[in-house]
Write a protein that binds this ligand. Structure first.
Ligand SMILES: CSCCC(=O)C(=O)COP(=O)(O)O
Ligand SMILES: [Zn+2]
Length: 241
């Protein structure tokens, strides 16, 4: 234990160092996924972040850094009481940390991903309180609620994603995000207007898959709207089959 009460990373991490599997080790995965998300255009300009809960520890990306260059030693680590157990020197934890903690505490999330995808931001300009899409194959990649084992939407079911308004500080998003989680128990994602998307799920792989499916659904819906087709109208009522 260091003088500041925060452990050295070697004594804190439980992934590859303590019998965990390399495939699920947040110290490996978060830098890898951050690079991928940067290439997707989801976390440019130091935006976005990732949180993972693994073996009773929560790993969170640092704030205001080039997200594609994050190293394992740059990650903040917390215990399940949200007390910090490893703090990288000279870095600050993500401003989204209180929002990530909400997903772990109230949705039992194993992972939470925050993107600034332009598709996500654009879709928040087209809708007021909810984005709704139906009759798309990629809806089947989205988990409904947070039961175990996970229940997936059917392609013909209506997928509703709440939209909350942005605030100058991430901490001010905590209450509206919590209220949206309460109001929409089936959702595993919340859009923040003119800002981005939060997605959570039982583990990193399912959360990554859902983030990709959401982004696809936002993009195709924007294209449908440009063609004059409403993505929320079922095929049965839609002249554009
Ligand atoms: C230009 S990014 C503005 C802050 C933000 O919305 C974000 O997602 C990044 O916050 P962090 O503190 O994790 O860098
Ligand atoms: Zn953000």
């Amino acid at each position: 234990m260091a003088a500041n009460g925060v452990n050295n990373i070697a004594t804190t991490t439980s992934g590859t160092n303590a019998g965990g599997s390399v495939e699920n080790d947040p110290l490996v995965l978060i830098p890898e996924l951050s690079r991928l998300f940067y290439k997707n255009g989801w976390v440019t300009g130091t935006a976005g972040g990732i949180s993972m809960r693994y073996q009773n520890q929560i790993y969170i990306t640092p704030s205001s850094v080039q997200k594609e260059r994050i190293k394992s030693t740059d990650l903040f680590i917390y215990n399940d009481n949200e007390e910090i157990t490893y703090s990288p020197p000279l870095l600050k934890p993500s401003q989204c940390s209180p929002l990530f903690f909400l997903s772990h505490r109230f949705r039992n999330a194993g992972c939470c991903i925050h993107t600034h995808s332009q598709n996500a931001v654009l879709i928040t300009l087209k809708y007021d309180k909810e984005f709704i899409v139906i009759d798309q194959e990629m809806i089947k990649g989205i988990i409904k609620g947070y039961d175990q084992p996970p229940q997936y939407y059917k392609n013909f079911e209506k997928l509703v994603i709440p939209i909350i308004d942005n605030h100058p500080e991430e901490l001010d998003l905590k209450q509206p995000l919590y209220e949206a989680m309460e109001k929409y128990p089936e959702t595993n994602a919340i859009l923040v207007r003119r800002h981005g998307l939060f997605v959570w799920g039982p583990n990193w792989a399912k959360t990554k898959t859902m983030t990709e499916c959401f982004d696809y659904l936002f993009e195709i819906s924007l294209k449908m709207l440009a063609l004059g087709i409403d993505p929320s109208i079922p095929v049965s009522n839609n002249s554009n089959k």
